[in-house]
Design a protein around this ligand. Structure first.
Ligand code: CTP
Length: 228
């Protein structure tokens, strides 16, 4: 049976990894799906903490927002907050790598070398936040991940579900529209929700508002199946 009033930790938006005081590496995530889930979850009577990378979106009413910028900051915020929550819904598009060195001053073009005018950047891997949270969770806690894939959607999503030890994963297919924008912002999405057990539930051309509600249905179902 579905229960209301869970404590849900939702992450949303991109992370930014600085190169120098004026530049960063990031991705096209807008945070739309995460913020929509936060709003609907609150309307369903759940308590919501939203850990968000930089976005243009307003925080939904009665949602506690923690703003972060880098993957490291998001990792710290999730590690600190998740132990008090019932579920982690890891919607953020976390940058997998960060620059090994962050310059104190603006990197100058005059620093490039050789006839090829090459400038090389060393990147170091960021921690896998959702996998780390899943490995430390209590039997009462649920962990839901996401997978945006440009190819082999279902095998890649299934592999992530298993290796990250998630209760469910929301797989979405990247295919650029005529404007080449992909599934970012208000664009409809295609993919499937896969749970640890049971058949995958596919969706096509779904508005994020509807997908957000379906994801929350899934989270409530998973939580209801866990010991309390
Ligand atoms: N994720 C995370 N920490 C990271 C990278 C990803 O917690 N450093 C989470 C995302 O929030 C998402 C899930 O892991 O819920 C899958 O993210 P994705 O980028 O699709 O997978 P990766 O593990 O980064 O694998 P790859 O980039 O090789 O596809």
């Amino acid at each position: 049976m579905k229960r209301r009033g869970y404590k849900l930790l939702i992450t949303a938006g991109p992370t930014r990894e600085p190169l120098d005081p004026v530049r960063f590496i990031s991705n096209y995530s807008t945070g739309t799906l995460g913020y929509t889930m936060a709003k609907i979850a609150r309307a369903r009577g759940h308590q919501v903490v939203l850990i968000s990378g930089p976005t243009e979106l307003p925080c939904p009413p009665k949602v506690r927002k923690i703003s972060v910028e880098t993957a490291t900051e998001m990792h710290q915020a999730v590690s600190k907050t998740f132990p008090k929550m019932d579920a982690l819904i890891m919607g953020a598009a976390v940058g997998d790598f960060r620059p090994l060195r962050v310059a104190n001053q603006k990197i100058k073009r005059s620093g490039v070398a050789g006839s090829l005018r090459l400038w090389q950047l060393d990147l170091v891997e960021n921690p896998d936040i959702v996998a780390d949270a899943a490995s430390h969770r209590k039997p009462t806690q649920a962990v839901i991940g996401f997978a945006l894939e440009t190819q082999n959607l279902m095998p890649n999503a299934r592999a992530k579900l298993k290796t990250k030890d998630l209760d469910a994963i929301v797989a979405t297919r990247y295919f650029p529209d005529q404007r080449g924008r992909g599934p970012f912002g208000d664009e409809p999405v295609e993919g499937a929700i896969l749970k640890r057990r049971g058949a995958a539930k596919g969706f096509r051309s779904l508005k994020k508002q509807v997908l957000a509600a379906r994801i929350l249905d899934c989270v409530e179902e998973v939580l209801a199946s866990l010991p309390r």
